[in-house]
Design a protein around this ligand. Structure first.
Ligand code: IPD
Length: 307
């Protein structure tokens, strides 16, 4: 009986030991991946800064105002190659790979969601806000997010459950609950479809006339979200963004104490191209009430058809 009891205890402790070491290895694994993302974003930022010194050859994608440069493509390839060498089984959703025909599908597998230059229009015009954005998702949940605002040399990071930081300093959203004392960030995006533009202006008019203290936009969704996380603006909303613009920023906002929601108030869906990121549910829901919403084609629309 005594021997049986001892063997039960030891079997139990071996089991617990295995579980603990397995979950701590998993944690270490994502920490390694996050360290790699930070280093890759820093190297990418260096390439972006150097490219700003040269002439930039501008090409277009979905419309004449949806811009891309060779630097966007080069930086994305640099990041993907370096990740592949270290994590060969991981998957990717990259802005320029999707533009080149790769599927945009989020599975349960470890997936790197990359925007090599968020703020390409800014980059083309040397307007000084440009970010490298890298989100990492497992089981369709963001595990970490890295946004490197490379012209300001600000490295924003967040790991699920571990808080958000800028250059190592903890971030906290604003505690302002009065929309009339708030600054709201948004963008006009790259659609020039007159119906969409009318709705964008109608929402903007509604928000300005609340009235709010001001409306701002950095020209990059990722930096706008980091500004929410930093407490400089109370909320950011946009219809027309893509999953790679907001994947990393969404975790940075929530880890800084903020909330994410859809522009109609439900749960945010990063493939839906609609997002509200706010310091609090009160401010987020107040913004939602002013938005004249519409639904651009989902990022995963063509991939959904194929699967
Ligand atoms: C764009 C920027 C811009 C936002 C657009 C995005 P890109 O990303 O984030 O601020 O208004 O909706 O597509 O094309 O520069 O990576």
């Amino acid at each position: 009986m005594f021997i049986l009891y001892r063997s039960q205890v030891s079997a139990q402790s071996v089991f617990l030991f295995l579980i603990r070491s397995c979950s701590s290895n998993m944690a270490d694994l994502w920490q390694n991946a996050m360290d790699h993302a930070v280093a890759a974003a820093r190297r990418a930022g260096q390439v972006v800064r150097e490219a700003l010194q040269d002439d930039r050859k501008v090409m277009t994608k979905s419309s004449s105002v949806d811009l891309v440069t060779q630097t966007d493509q080069k930086v994305e390839q640099l990041i993907i190659q370096s990740v592949r060498e270290k994590f060969p089984k991981h998957r990717f959703i990259g802005e320029e790979s999707v533009a080149a025909g790769e599927p945009c599908v989020l599975t349960d597998g470890p997936t790197w969601i990359i925007d090599p230059i968020d703020g390409t229009t800014n980059f083309v015009h040397a307007f000084p806000f440009v970010a490298v954005s890298i989100g990492f998702s497992v089981n369709k949940q963001m595990e970490f997010g890295v946004v490197y605002s490379c012209l300001e040399d600000k490295m924003y990071t967040a790991k699920r459950g571990k808080g958000a930081f800028c250059n190592g300093e903890p971030l906290q959203v604003s505690n302002q609950e009065d929309i009339k004392q708030s600054i709201i960030a948004t963008e006009f995006g790259s659609s020039r479809d007159p119906e969409a533009v009318d709705k964008i202006f109608s929402s903007l008019r509604n928000i300005l006339c609340i009235p709010v203290h001001g409306v701002r936009g950095a020209g990059t969704a990722a930096i706008n979200m980091c500004l929410v996380a930093s407490g400089c603006v109370e909320a950011y909303y946009e219809i027309g963004i893509h999953v790679w613009d907001v994947a990393a920023g969404s975790l940075i906002v929530s880890e800084a104490g903020g909330v994410l929601m859809d522009v109609e108030g439900g749960e945010v869906d990063l493939m839906s191209r609609r997002v509200v990121a706010a310091n609090s549910r009160t401010i987020g829901e107040r913004i939602v009430k002013q938005i004249d919403s519409f639904s651009p084609p989902r990022d995963d629309a063509s991939s959904l058809h194929k699967h």
